[in-house]
Ligand binder design. Structure first.
Ligand SMILES: [Zn+2]
Length: 476
């Protein structure tokens, strides 16, 4: 399927990029992008000059259209038995992941009369599935770096086994390198966790701010013991794709209550006598917390309780004083404030953003926690915000030099991730064609259309309005 992008000349030549459908199953996010298009086209049709957004705007509403088509058929339960397994299967989740053959060849799902089918003779149980948002070059490196390799790589340049660079990712990378956007928004969707607590991902609006990638500093993960022997003992493997320790101030950030507390405790005991039983006791509790944390998938209730125990112990015996989490940085760093303002407006307009904790003034959450272990690879949020400069890059094999004229040289751009509340779309668009107006009333009153979920139609427009007003219209 060809990539469809919509261009809008802005009042400023600075480019803002909005993409949706990186995960095809997240169709509510695609509808948000469609609503932005509706609203922008309406404005421009009314007044070509005044209707323009501030930023020169590029919108890619469906990065993986085949996957989105499959997801919609899955939700209608209108698929053949072969594909039903893709809908139900955790490896595919009906369009989230991209099927390839065992040898890494892309499987082209064909669309016939609005129905998806697998190539004749294929058995879907032989497919492997690629996570489309773990395809990006190591931060600070351009696309040309991946072009010399079979696909995405580890930070040291080793290819990730069996993972080809998907065409859509290549196109997106070329787009970003050509237009060099100043800000990027990627619209996803998120289910509601069983427990909504800080430190567990939930629907909301988050940002990966511009940052400096530092291969060693990024691996400084408080939840991984530094001693390799200890790592084996506890069964905790360091994640070579980790970036949070060099992106965020983990100790103070309200997004990371458990990690932040453990970081503070690690820092406290770092220079203390290792053989002191009081220090040993705290260290044991830290390690128990790390082990619990690594095993948790849904939430961090147990590790949080254990981290509290460690902190209480350290307060009693080691003069430890914990730092209060604060989003002060979020309020003063432009990139974070951008996310906060989008979240506030989305909520005011009627969107649910529980993951932002907007009720807790001064302790709002603007950063994504990554609750469960992810598949290998760097995400758009890891790669997009980092400058790509000519000369030696801080990632890549021991030394990699970006050529002076590489087309990928650019300033990093903050990546806003919109996690729309739940997956379902409202039904306002049928195969990309708008069937209701912005009041969610049928465009053709005589037509017996499919039922449109009106509250949902309004909620998804709330995200669109916030992105339009704050992300596209308001100068930095
Ligand atoms: Zn997603």
């Amino acid at each position: 399927m060809p990539l469809t992008a919509h261009f809008f000349e802005g009042k400023s030549p600075d480019v803002a990029l909005v993409i949706a459908g990186v995960h095809g199953s997240e169709v509510s996010g695609i509808e948000v992008a469609q609503w932005i298009l509706v609203k922008l086209y309406r404005r421009i049709n009314a007044d070509r000059e005044k209707g323009r957004p501030h930023y020169t705007t590029i919108i890619i509403p469906e990065l993986f259209p085949d996957q989105a088509a499959l997801a919609r058929q899955c939700s209608r339960r209108d698929v053949d038995p072969q594909l039903q397994t893709l809908c139900d299967d955790n490896h595919s989740r009906g369009g989230r992941y991209i099927p390839v053959s065992q040898r890494g060849q892309r499987i082209v799902l064909s669309q016939t009369r609005g129905r998806t089918s697998v190539p004749a003779g294929d058995n879907v149980s032989n497919y492997k599935f690629i996570e489309p948002n773990r395809q990006f070059p190591p931060p600070a490196l351009p696309l040309s770096y991946l072009n010399r390799r079979p696909g995405p790589t580890f930070p040291d340049g080793t290819p990730i086994p069996g993972v080809p660079l998907l065409d859509e990712t290549r196109w997106l990378l070329q787009f970003i390198e050509f237009y060099k956007p100043k800000r990027i928004a990627s619209v996803h969707a998120h289910s509601i966790p069983n427990v909504i607590e800080k430190g567990t991902d939930a629907p909301g609006i988050f940002v990966d701010p511009r940052y400096k990638y530092d291969k060693r500093g990024c691996l400084n993960d408080p939840m991984v013991p530094t001693d390799p022997q200890k790592q084996r003992e506890l069964g905790i493997k360091p994640n070579p794709f980790e970036t949070n320790p060099c992106k965020f101030d983990l100790a103070k950030d309200p997004a990371f209550p458990v990690i932040g507390l453990i970081k503070q405790l690690n820092d406290t005991i770092a220079n203390m006598n290792k053989d002191d039983p009081k220090v040993q006791n705290v260290r044991n509790l830290i390690e128990q917390t790390q082990k619990l944390f690594a095993g948790e998938k849904e939430n961090h209730a147990e590790s949080r309780a254990k981290a509290e125990e460690a902190a209480n112990e350290a307060e009693r015996n080691l003069n430890f004083r914990r730092v209060r989490p604060t989003s002060d940085i979020a309020r003063t760093r432009d990139n974070d404030r951008l996310a906060l303002e989008i979240a506030r407006m989305a909520q005011t307009e009627g969107a649910r953003v529980p993951g932002n904790w907007l009720g807790e003034m001064g302790r709002e959450v603007m950063h994504y926690a990554k609750s469960a272990a992810t598949r290998p690879g760097f995400s758009l949020g890891d790669w997009g915000p980092v400058d790509v400069k000519s000369g030696t890059a801080p990632s890549g094999p021991p030394v990699y030099s970006v050529p002076d004229k590489d087309p990928g040289i650019r300033d990093g751009a903050p990546v806003i991730t919109v996690e729309v509340y739940q997956y379902p779309e409202s039904g306002a668009f049928r195969d990309g064609v708008q069937i209701v107006d912005e009041d969610c009333k049928p465009l053709d009153p005589k037509q017996f259309g499919p039922i449109v979920n009106v509250p949902r139609c309004k909620e998804l427009q709330a995200y669109a309005k916030a992105l339009l007003t704050i992300f596209l219209d308001r100068p930095a």
